[in-house]
Design a protein around this ligand. Structure first.
Ligand SMILES: NC(=O)c1ccc[n+]([C@@H]2O[C@H](COP(=O)([O-])OP(=O)(O)OC[C@H]3O[C@@H](n4cnc5c(N)ncnc54)[C@H](O)[C@@H]3O)[C@@H](O)[C@H]2O)c1
Ligand SMILES: [Zn+2]
Length: 345
């Protein structure tokens, strides 16, 4: 199996392709909100086999998975295994869930992702990570199963409500800080977070993610771990405050920038350049971080359960020296908790 896909598998289109392009054995798995949208309602009806889901973390819950897989298996009945194509329309939760389904259904079937949120278009649809949550802890089980094709559809992405646009910004600033160079420089020009801006930079942002993934497709060398920038503390907020993933990551990136500066890894010139830059000015400030850190209860309990924490209670935390120069350092859970307490003061 190919572990990461070259850019040629990406298809940038204005509108959804006809369902017939996916063959006679296509099964559509989609976010049920699209049954209510004019743009997608008729398109969905053109699929003979389809399965509607409710997006969100509950969809990724292992407890309800058997019910879903039994229904999807029924849809697949009688189809030649080699010809089955799962077509997935939805945001990151639907993509993580359906990607996992594709990887285990009949031991693996063709997968086409049509990410419908900016977060999924920029990040989660690429790189092949699928995931389910166990006992409310995110992505405890999953597979590496890159999509065979990924469609980026302008009409779907550009009609998203403002909330979705803002939610994606966490992953966007994350990848821009990791990449540095042109992507970060483009970010200096950011005047307001908008769909137009995302669409324009989408190819560059996706390429930046692939550049990291291709060096370490299955996260064995520690390089791919860089993509966890902002996620360690982000996941604590996501789980405890029940805020969307992208917003939690945005907070997590701001926390990482603050810690990188306090630890002396980032100098004050770079720190203020980031904070005052077009993109960086959208990072939550110290006051906001303080307020939200005070809402976190028993971080130790959560951090020790999180999959990124090894048994010796050390975490590989992603710091930033400057845009384009991330660095991973091993820190103890106690150090992280002390830093959370420091920033909460
Ligand atoms: N696999 C990976 O590499 C990876 C990377 C980052 C995030 N993720 C996962 O992605 C998930 C978050 O992604 P998300 O925010 O896209 O999740 P989501 O699927 O829950 O979508 C968020 C909301 O947007 C709605 N929505 C979807 N498309 C829309 C559209 N076109 N117009 C209007 N509303 C729309 C959904 O119904 C939902 O209410 C998390 O579970 C996270 O763990 C995975
Ligand atoms: Zn993420």
């Amino acid at each position: 199996m190919q572990a990461s896909r070259p850019a040629s598998k990406l298809k940038f289109k204005n509108d959804l392709p006809k369902s017939t392009v996916f063959g006679d054995s296509a099964i559509l798995i989609y976010d049920g909100i699209f049954d209510r949208q004019v743009l997608t309602k008729k398109w969905i009806q053109t699929f003979e086999r389809k399965y509607s889901v409710r997006s969100g973390e509950k969809l990724k819950n292992i407890d309800t998975f058997p019910k879903h897989i039994k229904s999807i298996l029924k849809l697949a009945q009688g189809l030649p295994t080699q010809e089955i194509t799962l077509v997935v329309l939805g945001g990151g939760s639907v993509g993580d869930f359906a990607g996992f389904v594709a990887s285990i259904l009949k031991r693996g079937v063709r997968l086409v992702q049509i990410p419908s949120t900016w977060l999924a278009a920029v990040d989660s649809a690429h790189g092949g990570k699928t995931g389910l949550n166990v006992s409310k802890i995110k992505n405890q089980i999953g597979t590496f199963y890159p999509a065979d094709e990924i469609y980026l559809i302008k009409s779907i992405l550009k009609t998203q409500p403002e909330a979705r646009v803002v939610e994606a910004f966490g992953e966007i600033i994350k990848i821009s800080l990791l990449e540095g160079q042109g992507l970060w420089r483009e970010g200096q020009k950011l005047k307001s977070i908008s769909s137009d801006y995302y669409w324009k930079l989408l190819p560059q942002m996706i390429e930046a993610k692939y550049r990291i993934v291709q060096r370490d497709p299955q996260e064995r060398l520690g390089i791919r771990h860089l993509l966890n920038l902002g996620h360690t503390v982000g996941h604590v907020w996501e789980s405890q405050l029940k805020i969307p993933h992208g917003l939690a990551v945005l907070l997590g990136v701001a926390f990482a920038v603050e810690w990188s500066f306090a630890r002396g890894l980032m100098n004050s010139k770079i720190y203020y350049e980031i904070r005052l830059s077009g993109m960086g000015s959208y990072l939550p400030d110290r006051f906001e971080l303080k307020k939200l850190l005070r809402k976190i209860k028993q971080p130790q309990k959560f951090l020790l359960q999180d999959k990124k924490i090894s048994t010796n209670r050390k975490i590989r935390y992603v710091f930033v020296k400057s845009p384009g120069r991330p660095v991973i350092e091993s820190v103890s859970v106690q150090e992280l908790i002390a830093e959370m307490a420091r920033q909460a003061q």
